[in-house]
Write a protein that binds this ligand. Structure first.
Ligand SMILES: [Zn+2]
Length: 106
């Protein structure tokens, strides 16, 4: 296993695994979610305490995560969990991104 630690000692942007597609991305490209009660909420400006999970801010990854019940597993709670708040936040982010693209192409 020589070289293994070397690779990880390179200080770069932290990589996290998306609970939806299981792909890794820079932490900045993923949405951190935490569980409050039985609700999964996006971890926004206010850093929520507790265990977090990472998911790509895309409806596809959210759907995948829901289908494989990845959130209760990643957040170590029995579930079932409501992911409505996260879905809404992602849809909002997606639609505002669309608007940005629209504006930049004009
Ligand atoms: Zn993903």
């Amino acid at each position: 296993m020589r070289g293994y630690t070397d690779r990880w000692s390179v200080r770069s942007v932290p990589r996290r695994t998306c609970v939806g597609c299981r792909g890794t991305s820079d932490q900045a490209d993923l949405l951190r979610v935490v569980v409050v009660g039985s609700v999964v909420v996006p971890d926004g400006q206010v850093r929520q305490a507790g265990r977090g999970a990472y998911v790509h801010p895309s409806p596809e990854c959210l759907e995948l995560a829901e289908r494989r019940r990845a959130f209760p597993r990643a957040l170590r709670v029995p579930g079932p969990l409501s992911t409505t708040a996260v879905t809404q936040a992602v849809l909002q982010a997606v639609s505002s991104k669309d608007r940005e693209i629209e504006m930049s192409t004009r």
